[in-house]
Design a binder for this molecule. Structure first.
Ligand code: MN
Length: 496
């Protein structure tokens, strides 16, 4: 008996056979409408084909993962592993404990099989007696036929997974994305060790599958780019609601939380939620890079840095930062810093084109940052722009901009995390890659090396771009970016 079961026994009620029969009877027949084929299905099939082509003749196991306990008998909202979401097309809330298996076929190629727990009949105990999976508690799930119709792959009952995955374990190489579900990984490992497969070699093979599934997402297909457009459009709406609610954030107090909540409302309403914890940082809090406590006050005259993104139901997320003057106008010092960051971002965006290296974006943006720091006289005596850009002896500018300028973006806010340095930082940009460009400048209130007028001001501007055939498209181009356009944006919303 699991710990959770033990703990909930004290609230269990006795069930008689008479009640079981009673609760199983008297329901209208189920609707028989078969779901339509999902638009993503054809794209997911292509992704599976591309992944499987790298592992001919092998069985590939991609778990969704299970429910995660938040505390006691309460689970977090379910989120499938990103590789599973990408390769099935299943997004928010789907499907706890499912496992995608790419089964090698004798004639070559693979068959996609999705093992999951289908809808249980009403005469089962699960129907009303299982608070984690039962229809009474969490709603109806698809049947095997529903899933096949929706995704265009073979659906099988999760109870058949264990015998199926271990079949011919010594003969067929089996790889699993271990980190997605430790229980599934355990089942695969047990099957492999029963067949005397060397553990160390198997672990390397598993890692290679995880890596391949992660780098498969470096270049997005057109469906994924459409999802990114939707995520960005929803994020735009969220930011406009925040601007419209700025007055209330001041009045109510704890304004950073108000901003977080307003954005979160729109994220949850339009999509699945926020793609990561929103940073809502007023005044000096903007200089704490991962400020997600959002407990602060918002004051007239402050800048408020908001780094937030809506994740749509397919789990693709935007990642946008705007730094807004609370009173609607930048002060001279705020504008000076803002315009420097904007110039850096423009340089970064201009560096995004096929054939350029990923690291070229940061190099272009950070040069502009270094030029401003030099002009302001902030670099140490004797250190010029080239001196600070020197990667071995310089890097003094990192005191004021310590983070990278870009990352890949998609289902994960920091997408393709398992790519090697050669594939990521030193990799060549290609059409279909989606990236952020997000330089910043951060002058902490207690930074005695910063000019007094700059202290307590932090600015970041972040936009999402897709690499095109001859450059890039800024997906968030509709969201005002220059200091003048940001002021006009705030004024326009205030008047509406
Ligand atoms: Mn970002």
């Amino acid at each position: 008996m699991s710990e959770e079961q033990k703990q909930s026994d004290n609230r269990a009620r006795p069930t008689t056979d008479e009640f079981r029969e009673f609760v199983a009877s008297g329901w209208a027949p189920r609707a028989v409408a078969t779901p339509e084929r999902a638009e993503v299905a054809a794209y997911a099939a292509q992704r599976r084909e591309a992944l499987a082509a790298a592992f001919p003749g092998e069985r590939l196991v991609i778990p969704a993962g299970g429910l995660k306990v938040r505390s006691n008998d309460t689970d977090y909202v379910f989120r499938p592993h990103s590789a599973f979401a990408h390769l099935t097309g299943l997004g928010a809330d789907r499907e706890p404990d499912a496992v995608l298996v790419l089964e090698p076929l004798e004639e070559g190629g693979h068959e996609a099989q999705l093992f999951f727990r289908p809808l249980a009949d009403r005469d089962t105990d699960e129907f009303f007696g299982d608070a984690r999976y039962g229809e009474f508690w969490v709603g109806a799930r698809p049947t095997l036929a529903d899933m096949e119709a929706e995704l265009g792959l073979r659906a099988r009952h999760i109870d058949d997974f264990e015998p199926a995955v271990g079949k011919d374990a010594g003969v067929v190489t089996i790889r699993v994305i271990r980190e997605a579900d430790t229980q599934v990984a355990g089942i695969v490992e047990a099957a492999r060790s029963a067949a005397s497969v060397a553990q160390e070699q198997a672990a390397e093979q598993d890692d290679a599958l995880s890596h391949a599934a992660s780098t498969l997402r470096l270049v997005k297909d057109e469906w994924e780019i459409d999802q990114m457009r939707e995520a960005v459009a929803a994020t735009h709406t969220g930011f406009e609601a925040v601007i419209a609610g700025m007055g209330e954030a001041l009045e109510r107090g704890r304004g950073e939380r108000w901003i977080e909540g307003v954005f979160g409302l729109h994220a949850r309403h339009q999509g699945n939620g926020v793609g990561y914890d929103s940073i809502c940082a007023a005044g000096d809090h903007a200089n704490t890079l991962h400020w997600i406590k959002n407990t602060g006050e918002v004051h007239e005259g402050d800048l408020v840095l908001i780094d937030a993104g809506v994740e749509v139901d397919s789990l693709f997320t935007a990642d946008i930062t705007r730094t807004l003057p609370v009173s609607g106008r930048f002060t001279d010092a705020q504008r000076e810093i803002y315009d420097a960051v904007y110039a850096a971002q423009e340089a970064g965006i201009a560096a995004v084109r096929p054939g350029a290296r990923f690291s070229d974006i940061h190099a272009a943006a950070i040069r502009v940052i270094a030029e401003h720091l030099h002009r302001w006289g902030l670099l140490p005596e004797g250190i010029d722009v080239e001196g600070t850009l020197d990667t071995e002896h310089g890097q003094y500018h990192r005191r004021w901009m310590v983070h990278g300028t870009s990352h890949h973006l998609g289902i994960d806010v920091h997408d393709c995390a398992l790519a090697t340095r050669a594939e990521y930082m030193d990799g060549e940009l290609a059409p279909g890659m989606v990236l952020t460009v997000e330089p910043g400048l951060y002058f902490k209130a207690d930074d005695l090396l910063a000019p007094e007028r700059f202290r307590g001001i932090g600015v970041r501007i972040e936009d999402d771009v897709v690499v095109t055939e001859d450059g890039c498209e800024v997906l968030s181009a509709d969201m005002p970016r220059t200091s003048a356009d940001v002021e006009a944006w705030i004024a326009r919303i205030a008047q509406a």
